[in-house]
Structure formats: structure tokens, C-alpha cells
Design a protein around this ligand. Structure first.
Ligand SMILES: [Zn+2]
Length: 385
């Protein structure tokens, strides 16, 4: 039987964050900290005195898989000290090293969320560093903060906020807006209510990380309107993420009432992280709403061996043309690299299983691979690589 290989296919990562050229040498502990989704640095304190096969404290499957792949890539021993040593030598020329890793997996383009880290890095700088094409989404929350500080009252804020969104959306490389409302008041967004919004605006002025729900809901709708007018994408963080997420209101199902409103039937929506761990809800939503898409970032690569199960589960319901590759890589180029490697490896297993069962030919399976790795991006975002 013919085996499906996704080798050589170009890749676009539709959700990742930029990182800076790192000038300092990594130590085993500093490197482990950069690899973790955990925002508690104390998770990794020391790697000394461990028995030979003891996993590094706080490390999980994703870190295990990455370290093993790095050791193979550098042809060095599979212990953290040797890996970090080999890495430090190569990373002396950070730009060259970053480009080498991107090219190794044919990662040619990426949509970046410059909302993290803060203060924002520069798009052109990152393009130079990585050699990849970079498109941007503009986060609404930092704009809300800046404009609230500048405005003397709520009406002035609304006017300025709307203007800023329009300005950002008119920029050539900006493909949409993004909201992290799931981190603040949750995805159960209510209808616009100006009176309530104005009241809760005061709560926001006192603390810009407070829930201020009616105010955030109001700003969410303005952003959806701005995306609708310009035919650009609204990126919505769904599912888990940082430890501060409103976890009981983070699953995509909370969004359904909003997304299926008649006024948003033409609005393009991108469910960032595909709602993990509620990715089946996201898969259902993209299967019923023509303009809603999802990516598999964060769940890939940070669930390690789980990526294979997740691809299979998402594609139980999601149409093949509604899912896009993503990583949520955010600190070092090894994350972007491992994201593609792990995804391709897991996806090949899923596709080969379908071919074995005679659900499709190997040619069609590879084509579906191409769709998720870059073709769906090109079509949905109307961008040719
Ligand atoms: Zn992210």
C-alpha cells in the first residue's frame, strides 16, 4: 500500500507569537522555562542530582518529545546539558539558526499575535530574523487600555477605539483583530447594552484586567463590526491558555449564540486554539457556520502525543477546508520547528490509517494534508504564498 507523506509541503502557521533574538546563553533551567506553557517559573528550579532516567521535574510529554528530537537533530546525547550546549553553539548566530529551523520544516509564513510579548516586537524585524512571511493581527485589549487612558469620557472612548480598530485594519499586513475576552470575562458575550457598558467602563478604568463584562462585551461587538466592514478576520481566543483564563466560560459553545446572529453571518471568525480541550465543540461550530474557521494551535504541539488523537477528533466533524495549522509558539524557534514536525508526523499517522481502511486514496490524503498546512490559509485569507 502506498504510504502518505507530508514531507516537502510548505507550511503556514496561523497562530504564533514573535520572539526576540536571544543574546544570552541558555542554562538547562532557563531553557526548560522557555519551553513551558506554565507561567509559574518555580516549576523548574534545578535539574541537578537526578537519577539517569528521571524526567526533569515539571517536564511533560511535549518537553520530552522536543528534547529527544533536538538531540537527534544535533546528533548529541539526549540529556539536557548536552542539548543546551549544542544549542548554544548553533544559536550564537540567532538569525541563521532561526532560519535554519524554519527551513528545515518548510515553514514559510505565519500570522503573528504581537499582543504577546509586551511591549510589542516589530514585524519587519521578525521577518528578517525568521526569513518567513509575517502577517499580523491586532489585539483589541491593548487598544482598549490606551484609548481609555486618553479619553475623558465613555463616548469619546468609543469613538477613538472604533477609529483605532479601523486604522489597524486598513494596514496592509494586518489580517484581522484578536480578542482575549476569554481571559477576562469569558466567551458568553451578551448583546450590546450602552448603559451597562458605561457603568462597567468605570470598573475597567480602575483596573484594566478586571472583568468589566458589559464593557468588554460592548467592545467585542464593535470589533466584530469593524471586521465585518473590512472583510477581515476576528480572532477569538478559545479554550485554555494562561493560568488566568476564565475556565468555566472558555469553551467555544458559549460563542455560538453570538456567532450565529444574522448581523454576523458574513463576519469571518477564526477560533484560536480550536477551543482546546473542547475542540469538538469548535469542530461542530465550524461545520455549521460558513465563515467560521479554527486552528489547532496550542493543542499542537503542547499536548505531545495527544496531537494525533486531537487531529483525528477534530476531523470527525470539521470540514477539511475549515481547519488550519497553528502552533502558538512563543519563545524560541525550536517551538515553531517542533510544532510542524510533531503535527506532520501525527497527521501522517491519521491519514495513513484512513488510507489503510480504504476511506480514501493516498493522493487525496496528501491533498487534505496540504489544505490544513497552507491551502486553507491561502483561500480563507486570500493570500498567495
Ligand atoms: Zn497565542
Amino acid at each position: 500500500m502506498e504510504k502518505v507523506s507530508l514531507g516537502g509541503i510548505k507550511v503556514v502557521d496561523v497562530h504564533a507569537h514573535p520572539f526576540k533574538e536571544s543574546v544570552e546563553m541558555e542554562t538547562p533551567v532557563s531553557f526548560l522555562r522557555k519551553l513551558s506553557l506554565s507561567v509559574i517559573p518555580e516549576m523548574f528550579t534545578s535539574v541537578d542530582g537526578l537519577e539517569k532516567h528521571h524526567p526533569y521535574p515539571g517536564s511533560n510529554m511535549w518537553i520530552q518529545i522536543l528534547l529527544r528530537n533536538m538531540a537527534k537533530y544535533y546528533s548529541c546525547e539526549e540529556d539536557l546539558t548536552s542539548i543546551v550546549e549544542a544549542r548554544n553553539i548553533r544559536a550564537k548566530d540567532y538569525g541563521r539558526y532561526t532560519k535554519e529551523l524554519f527551513q528545515d520544516v518548510n515553514l514559510q509564513g505565519t500570522i503573528m499575535d504581537f499582543g504577546y510579548p509586551q511591549p510589542p516586537l516589530d514585524r519587519v524585524e521578525f521577518e528578517k530574523l525568521s526569513g518567513a512571511s509575517v502577517w499580523e493581527i491586532s489585539r483589541i485589549e491593548p487598544i482598549m487600555i490606551t484609548e481609555s487612558k486618553r479619553s475623558t469620557n465613555f463616548d469619546e472612548f468609543v469613538c477613538q477605539y472604533r477609529k483605532r480598530l479601523q486604522e489597524d485594519l486598513s494596514m496592509e499586513k494586518v489580517v484581522g483583530l484578536k480578542t482575549i475576552i476569554a481571559y477576562r470575562s469569558g466567551l458568553e458575550v451578551f448583546e450590546m447594552n450602552k448603559e451597562e457598558a458605561e457603568k462597567s467602563y468605570r470598573e475597567f478604568l480602575e483596573n484594566d484586567r478586571s472583568p468589566a463584562k458589559a464593557f468588554r462585551d460592548y467592545c467585542f461587538h464593535i470589533a466584530m463590526e469593524a471586521c465585518t466592514e473590512t472583510d477581515k478576520f476576528m480572532h477569538i481566543h478559545t479554550g485554555i491558555g494562561d493560568g488566568e483564563v476564565v475556565m468555566t466560560k472558555a469553551s467555544p459553545s458559549f460563542l455560538l449564540d453570538t456567532l450565529r446572529k444574522d448581523k454576523y453571518k458574513d463576519t469571518k471568525v477564526h477560533l484560536v486554539h480550536g477551543g482546546y480541550p473542547w475542540m469538538e465543540e469548535a469542530a461542530f461550530i465550524v461545520s455549521i457556520l460558513p465563515n467560521v474557521y479554527m486552528d489547532i494551535s496550542l493543542q499542537n504541539p503542547f499536548t505531545g502525543h495527544g496531537v494525533e488523537r486531537i487531529i483525528s477528533q477534530v476531523l470527525e466533524l470539521a470540514p477539511f477546508d475549515k481547519v488550519m495549522y497553528g502552533s502558538d509558539a512563543f519563545t524560541v524557534p525550536e517551538m515553531n520547528w517542533m510544532g510542524v514536525k510533531l503535527f506532520a508526523e501525527c497527521f501522517e499517522r491519521v491519514l495513513n490509517n484512513w488510507v489503510e481502511k480504504d476511506y480514501m486514496t493516498a493522493e487525496k490524503a496528501r491533498y487534505i494534508g496540504e489544505m490544513i498546512l497552507y491551502r486553507n490559509f491561502e483561500k480563507a485569507y486570500k493570500i498567495k504564498l
